[in-house]
Design a binder for this molecule. Structure first.
Ligand code: GLV
Length: 393
């Protein structure tokens, strides 16, 4: 494993974040690191964990910890899933394959974004652990249906439908860094923004060696070919996924369906009514609607409403194993992490993703032992103190 992400240089996810910042051009780092508008929800997601404190049972020997859990019928070695991260191939050469390979080595699921730079078949070949395909309708049903068939044939076992992206959030850092101009491909408009790429020659060399790809090979526009990065924002807006779409999606996809982007009990009940198998309490890492409540704060409401009828998963702000423990104590079956591993990918490719997973796994074991709890299955509300108003609804 790459020395650059080993102890003592890298001890935690924030260390990986700093290493990614050093290696990546600002425009790429900020794409991962940034959120929408004031980034209030982005910050609140992480801060919410500070409001929950742990209640250990001391003088309890826990010689070994059982991290195993079951999600969508699959036994997982730990309650951790790599979330869909769009354009991972910009973060590191063949980024989606690298992340899937690291997830596979750890035996945990990897969720491939529709906005992947790698062919979904190549990603599927990179992991023997469960793979889930995340669906956006960019390009409409005609683009989505063949992708679903391909994903099924390649062995993706579950479909994740993201419902919080009717339009891209206002990610101001992306505008300031000239994402639109850089993707537009016109020299004159690009010029004011290219210096941020030139000062990171290692990243730039990797990007060109990887083909300098600016297309999404899994969104194939009939008669045109793979959709260009530059066209995606408009395409997304033109084909908003709605609850009604679930009907044809369900017909096309016979496996489990996960609804990602649940913020409230109301939408959680709707997901159950629509026959979803799992949901993800998620505000898209604070990248979509700013000022929505942090995911962790909404988790008790959702679990109280539907926790006995559907598998509740969680994402938003996880940087430590103790954060995972808190989400599980509040009723999540497993968590997804996006930035936590994307920083690793930016820092050192696959080795960085593997390091992120290892950090979180070691955190989980240590925290369970310090809590006096032998397994994630035994985690319960009694191991935490929660702000009273989170539980009131
Ligand atoms: C894509 O889903 C993103 O959040 O950038």
């Amino acid at each position: 494993m790459s020395q650059s992400v080993q102890a003592p240089r890298v001890l935690n996810i924030e260390d990986l974040r700093r290493a990614a910042k050093r290696r990546l051009p600002r425009v790429v780092f900020d794409y991962i690191d940034g959120g929408a508008e004031d980034e209030w929800t982005l910050r609140a997601n992480s801060r919410a964990f500070e409001a929950v404190t742990l209640r250990p049972r001391c003088a309890v020997a826990v010689p070994s910890c059982d991290l195993r859990t079951v999600v969508l019928g699959a036994s997982l070695p730990m309650p951790l899933i790599l979330a869909p991260v769009g354009s991972s191939r910009l973060i590191h050469p063949r980024g989606e394959e690298a992340a899937a390979h690291a997830a596979g080595a750890a035996g945990i699921p990897y969720v491939l974004s529709t906005f992947s730079g790698c062919l979904l078949e190549d990603v599927a070949a990179a992991s023997s652990a469960p793979l889930w395909y995340q669906l956006y309708l960019a390009g409409g049903r005609d683009c989505a249906l063949p992708a679903l068939d391909r994903a099924k044939a390649a062995g993706f076992s579950a479909l994740v439908v993201t419902i919080d992206t009717a339009v891209a959030g206002m990610r101001e850092r992306d505008f300031r860094n000239g994402v639109k101009e850089l993707l537009g491909g016109k020299m004159r408009s690009m010029l004011p923004f290219v210096s941020q790429l030139l000062v990171k020659p290692r990243w730039l060399a990797g990007f060109f060696a990887d083909g300098g790809l600016m297309k999404f090979p899994n969104i194939v526009v009939p008669g045109k070919g793979p959709m260009l990065y530059a066209d995606v924002t408009a395409a997304l807006e033109q084909s908003v996924v709605t609850w009604e779409d679930l009907e044809w999606i369900r017909e096309a996809w016979t496996g489990p369906i996960v609804i990602k982007g649940i913020h409230t009990a109301e939408d959680a009940r709707r997901a159950v009514d629509e026959g979803a198998d799992a949901l993800v309490v998620s505000n898209h890492g604070g990248r979509q609607l700013d000022r929505v409540a942090p995911s962790l704060q909404m988790l008790p409401e959702v679990v109280a409403a539907v926790g006995d009828r559907i598998e509740v998963l969680f994402d938003g702000g996880i940087r430590r194993g103790s954060d995972i423990i808190k989400a599980l104590c509040l009723g999540a079956r497993a968590v997804l992490v996006g930035r936590a591993y994307a920083y690793g990918l930016g820092a050192a490719g696959e080795a960085g993703v593997a390091r992120a997973i290892e950090i979180l796994r070691a955190d989980l074991v240590r925290t369970l032992k310090l809590l006096g709890c032998a397994s994630v299955g035994e985690l319960a509300r009694s191991y935490i103190d929660v702000p009273r108003d989170w539980l009131a609804k």
